[in-house]
Design a protein around this ligand. Structure first.
Ligand code: NAD
Length: 462
């Protein structure tokens, strides 16, 4: 079978060769998942919960191994990988606890008893991106298994290693064969087939808006259930009445974490004009402390980008001409150092002031580039924050609680935080508005995305 070389983005060394599977192998996986379905949905709820808890425990036991693998494959700092693997265990514990709490209802009706059941969908296809491979896989696997589905995961072609290891741990935990499988290969082959396959009941997709659109179109042939977690162009909105020191100190983490390769990256900082210069001064100190280097070093804040090709795409946002007119360079307020030698490094870059019409202020960059844009009043802040087809995330920085609530209701995004950059928690729902997608992952809300309500009426009339 053909294989692909998996590269460490920090060293450019080959880590492993992984099979490139084709449509035939995918069809065989779907047949196994379909066959495993009836026995899996018949597992007693407390036993299914026990299996998920055991799975979570094994993830904890293998935390260092999984984190090292994720760092080697994605180039993300080991401290981030540890947090993300820790989250995987937490996700499985959370959904283990939800198995027997996802209850139906009885509904008052005339002439009988009416009740609802949450039925599993069947075979779920999970399509996962390269930026948070193991964490995003778990967001789909946890609720899918808890609600009695079987699942086939297709990781991104370049980052399959933790997905393969996690599936092995699932088997070790006692998941029956066929309940959780991983297929490796091209999105254009396996992703398209999963989206069209007549025996796949749902596709849970996380990735770019462009591919999400295609998945949705293909899924329409079989009226497949689809949830889409897509791109973002989130903003931090920083008002003059905010704790400016805290807002500036938090800015790098909100945009440069995972080297900016984060769908929630706040790649626009909208800053009220009266504090614009002061904010930039404070930001300079925070950005200088954002150390870029060897991702295996626990002190490192940022590693390389995932591939050379992706680094070139990111660099294109700062190329000559990106500052408005063909000969106008962007105004770089900060450009950090990068290590010498191998690795797909890109410097931390801050552009200020940026114009809201520039490409870097409108498109998802997915790299360590921040555009700082001034605004005058609350109305303009709302208009700029919403001036994007995306609606995933964002932050509001203010000490005025009424304003924070007005802003939180006015900004069109699925996940907002006030005086914080936190977007993702296991217990709360996560997902997008507008072209950032639909459906919610995590929290109890995800259970609804992996089950279907069945209504049953029993006549009590003789
Ligand atoms: P991508 O869309 O290129 O790929 C995502 C997945 O889709 C990969 O597994 C890929 O192999 C597969 N794929 C590729 N072509 C396909 C096709 N024609 N049909 C079906 N599947 C196909 O995205 P990426 O570059 O891996 O990830 C980056 C994107 O993901 C960014 O836009 C980012 O914002 C988004 N993202 C969103 C979230 C979220 O929760 N909203 C989280 C992480 C990443």
């Amino acid at each position: 079978m053909a294989t692909t070389k998996i590269i460490n983005p920090a060293t450019e060394q080959v880590i492993k060769e992984v099979a490139i599977q084709g449509a035939e192998e995918l069809d065989a996986a779907v047949a196994r998942a379909l066959a495993a379905g009836p026995a899996w949905r018949a597992v007693a709820p407390s036993d299914r919960a026990r299996l998920l808890r055991r799975f979570a425990g094994l993830v904890e036991d293998h935390l260092e191994e999984l984190a090292a693998l994720e760092t080697a494959n994605v180039g993300k700092p080991i401290s981030e990988s540890r947090d993300e693997v820790g989250m995987v265990a937490e996700v499985f514990y959370f959904y283990a606890g939800a198995v027997d709490k996802h209850r139906g209802a009885t509904v008052p009706v005339a002439g009988g008893v009416d009740m609802t059941f949450h039925e599993p969908l069947g075979v779920v296809g999970a399509i996962v991106p390269w930026n948070f491979p193991i964490a995003i896989m778990s967001w789909k696997v946890g609720p899918a298994l808890a609600t009695g589905n079987t699942i086939i995961v297709k990781p991104a072609e370049i980052t399959p290693l933790t997905a393969l290891r996690l599936a092995e741990l699932g088997l070790e935990a006692g998941l029956p064969e066929g309940v959780l499988q991983v297929v490796t290969g091209k999105g254009s082959v396996l992703g398209t087939r999963l989206s069209e396959h007549p025996d796949v009941a749902k596709v849970a997709f996380t990735g770019s808006t462009e591919v999400g659109r295609e998945v949705m179109a293909r899924a329409s042939g079989t009226i497949k259930r689809v949830t889409l977690e897509l791109g973002g162009k989130s903003a931090s909105v920083i008002f003059a009445d905010a704790d400016l020191e805290k807002a500036a100190a938090s800015t790098p983490g909100g945009v440069f974490a995972n080297a900016g390769q984060d769908c929630c990256a706040r790649s626009r900082a909208l800053v009220q004009r009266s504090v614009f210069d002061r904010y930039l001064e404070l930001l300079a100190d925070a950005v200088a402390a954002w150390t870029v280097g060897d991702p295996t070093d626990p002190a490192t804040k940022m590693g390389p980008l995932v591939t050379a090709a992706h680094r070139d795409v990111v660099a294109g946002f700062l190329a000559p001409g990106m500052g408005g007119s063909p000969d106008q360079p962007v105004a770089l307020a900060h450009r950090g150092p990068v290590p010498d030698g191998p690795g797909f490094w890109h410097p931390v870059s801050v552009v200020a002031p940026a114009d809201p019409a520039w490409r870097m202020a409108r498109e998802e960059i997915f790299g360590p580039v921040l555009a700082v844009i001034p605004f005058d009043d609350e109305e303009e802040a709302v208009r700029l924050a919403n001036d994007t087809p995306f609606g995933l995330s964002g932050s509001i920085w203010t000490r005025d609680s009424a304003r924070s609530l007005r802003m939180a209701r006015a900004v069109q995004a699925g996940n907002l935080s006030v005086n914080s950059n936190s977007s993702v928690r296991v217990q709360t729902s996560f997902g997008g508005m507008k072209q950032s997608g639909f459906g919610r992952e995590l929290g109890l809300e995800a259970l609804a995305a992996y089950s279907e309500v069945k209504n049953v009426f029993v006549s009590t009339v003789d």
